[in-house]
Design a protein around this ligand. Sequence first.
Ligand code: SF4
Ligand code: SF4
Length: 229
Amino acid sequence: MIKRVEADTRDCYQCGNCSAGCPAAFTFDYPPNQVMRMLQVGLVDKVLDSTAVQLCVQCLTCTARCPRNIDVAGIFEDLKTIATAQEREVPEYVKTFNKAFMGAVARFGRLPELYMMGMFYLGTMNPKMAMGDAGLAIPMVTKGKMKLVPHKAKGADEVSRIYKKSMEKAKAREKAEAEALIEAAAQAGAAEGAKVSEKAATSEQVAAPEKAATSLGAPTPAPESEVAE
Ligand code: SF4
Ligand code: SF4
């Protein structure tokens, strides 16, 4: 899967449109165009450990703005799936946010913002942060921009089922890929070991006749000083 993701970034020419339009880039450690560049040069591990992958909100702005028709949002989604399946270490608050976000979507089939943020604050156990954001939430609720009580979307159970199944599949795939890598490394190690012992055996075979000749009284080469005289 990661090979496909890397191939998808091939056409990126670093215009920066994706980063310019990304509403969440200010929370990322690397903006979207930098993530594309890192994938182009093979810094996959760094990307999978980044907060950018976890904090992308899948608004699709980057995909819509890319002049090279790269599905940047799709790449971020794939990266997040891989990172989650590999149980990558990311800061605790990032993990909590991602869990609250995906949990809310899987449960309601849409994103009830107030519920999701409530779950996030509960997970972080940080009342100071919650109090700080309350000033933003109150006007949004009073103006009807955010619903107080979350409602299930039509087909929410189906969304939940798809989410669970895709996570199970991703985990199984990552496990199989990791096992294949370990096996390949073990085989490479065994081949290397065989080469070393073959080399050792050959040098022993070469040394053996010389030793035998010396023990049978064969003339030993004269020292260089004597030859010169
Ligand atoms: S999909 Fe993600 S990376 Fe793309 S613009 Fe939206 S938040 Fe940013
Ligand atoms: S908008 Fe497209 S081409 Fe431009 S930097 Fe982003 S991914 Fe690359």
